[in-house]
Design a protein around this ligand. Structure first.
Ligand code: 3HC
Length: 341
């Protein structure tokens, strides 16, 4: 497939169309038409190289987040307070693995292999969500993660069901359905704790206090500091800016926390009647940058655990590849026999 080689995030040169081969120019025209109609780009369609790269950047970051995100919750599987809670948590952690797989598959349709993406992750060269670099210190954290982290994921990802790239948008539909279940189970854990003993209630409040700011940071840096948003929105990948989604999320938390009978650790939350938007207090963006730079509370631990899981799983990958090769050899010998007969 012929590709335009304009780098991601850089404006196209004024005479870009003139510089393209006739085949690429036709491809670009078709791509522009698809985006203007708010329709879907599919893997076999021509697409600008910058669009392809930006999608791989976002989708692989997202896939890695799902896989690394299994760790903080898996930490509580053996300590869940009942068999029912244990089985629900196990199912949730497995769902996250499934989300990672759909997303790696979506990225593969753009020409980047899962091995390449995984190699980048274990080499510490790939991003994953900042949120998963915070520790899960009490059982109430399972509730706060479900309610706030999966809640933030839903706010962010429901609009991505309409992302212009077909395989990504379709993967998001199923992911969002499962995230909705996750969010409700987290809310229910917190509700039970909030209505429990004073110690359980205090544990729930403490978890909400600790996860509040990191969950708001999941939406990414403020709009003024978000280098990718503008182009992503022009391509109909992202539908809303980071701040817009963060504001919607704060509004959701502000209402739901009342049902829990807990509070949010932010006195500045308010609905601005003029802008019709929810506002929140300042966030520590220096902390966010530190986490992204690999210096969050659990970055080293999360990466080390992923590396060792990857190394431990080498024999499974080898066995699967050997089996696939054996099946392919068997199939080609059957085909050869059929052709000879
Ligand atoms: N954690 C880590 N990195 C982040 C981040 C975060 N919370 N927010 C932004 N970044 C990174 C971006 O990836 C980008 O880095 P890059 O240019 O090297 O790729 C840089 O910071 C600048 O941010 P931008 O706002 O310019 O980046 P985007 O336009 O891509 O917006 C985003 C960031 C909103 C996270 C967007 O990529 C997105 O919507 N991604 C899909 C959703 C996703 O990845 N969610 C992960 C959450 S975890 C999850 O869903 C698991 C579930 O089980 C809870």
């Amino acid at each position: 497939m012929a590709r335009n080689v304009q780098p991601a995030g850089q404006p196209a040169p004024q005479n870009a169309m003139e510089a393209l081969t006739p085949e690429d120019a036709a491809g670009q025209e078709n791509f522009d038409r698809i985006i203007a109609k708010d329709s879907r780009v599919e893997p076999k369609d021509w697409m600008p190289e910058a669009y392809r790269r930006s999608l791989v950047r976002q989708i692989s970051q997202h896939a890695h987040s799902e896989i690394i995100g299994m760790q903080p919750e898996a930490n509580w599987i053996t300590r869940a307070p009942s068999l029912k809670r244990k089985s629900i948590l196990m199912a949730k952690v497995q769902d996250e693995a499934g989300h990672g797989l759909y997303l790696y598959s979506a990225a593969e349709t753009l020409g980047t292999t899962r091995d390449e993406m995984m190699d980048a992750l274990v080499a510490g060269k790939a991003r994953y969500s900042s949120i998963f670099n915070y520790p899960t210190v009490t059982w109430a954290d399972m509730g706060a993660i479900g309610w706030m982290v999966d809640g933030a994921a839903i706010c962010n990802q429901v609009p991505l069901c309409r992302a212009s790239y077909g395989p990504y948008g379709r993967a998001m539909v199923r992911v969002c359905k499962e995230e909705s279940f996750h969010q409700r189970q987290g809310f229910e854990i917190l509700l039970e704790l909030a209505n429990g003993t004073p110690a359980q209630r205090a544990m729930a409040q403490d978890a909400v206090n600790r996860w509040y700011a990191p969950s708001l940071m999941m939406f990414g840096p403020p709009d003024d500091d978000s280098p990718n948003s503008k182009q992503s929105m022009a391509w109909n990948i992202k539908r809303f800016s980071n701040d817009e989604l963060r504001s919607r999320f704060v509004g959701m938390l502000a209402e739901q926390v009342k049902v829990l009978g807990l509070t949010l650790p932010d006195d500045e939350i308010r609905f601005n009647e003029d802008t019709k938007k929810w506002e929140h207090g300042p966030l520590d963006w220096e902390e966010f940058k530190e986490v992204l730079a690999g210096r969050g509370p659990c970055n080293a631990q999360r990466l080390e655990r992923r590396r060792s899981a990857h190394a431990d799983g080498a024999w499974v990958r080898e066995a699967a590849a050997a089996y696939a090769a054996k099946q392919a050899a068997k199939q080609s010998s059957t085909n050869a026999q059929k052709a000879a007969a």
